[in-house]
Design a binder for this molecule. Sequence first.
Ligand code: FES
Length: 164
Amino acid sequence: MSHVGCEDHEKLYTQLNEYIDQVKEEPGVLINVLHKAQELFGYLSEELQQHVADKLGVPLSQVHGVVTFYNFFTTKPKGKHQVKICLGTACYVRGADRILERFKEELGVDLDEPTSDGLFSLHGVRCLGACSMAPVVLVGERDFYGKVTPDEVSAIIKKYRGEK
Ligand code: FES
């Protein structure tokens, strides 16, 4: 979702506007519209929040308030491959912080930030339910890596860059 071309962008705005016109009079409209906007665009940029505020005739501060209150709203784009590092207790005591540091170094980004090529973003998550495999890293929804060491981090990244 991070590389949306201009034409696609326009289409998404049209879809969003159509949705807004349909639900405008309903209670709880702001949250529903923000959900729809995030579903369409992947994240809620400042520009998009302004657009929603204008269309609904509410102050931008009210939109900001809702977006920051609910943690399922995100204001930054996510990478194509979301790297989730478990920061639960079992993983933490087995060195998850060192794994996280290595990912940050290798990718040159901080938590919840996409890389400039849009390929990766890093996320800290709670216990993934595989504590016996700690420390655990999940890439996307399915690629699970257990007992990860810092030296394995670059090999994991390379896999998704299509390098051998
Ligand atoms: S603490 Fe990481 S999987 Fe449980």
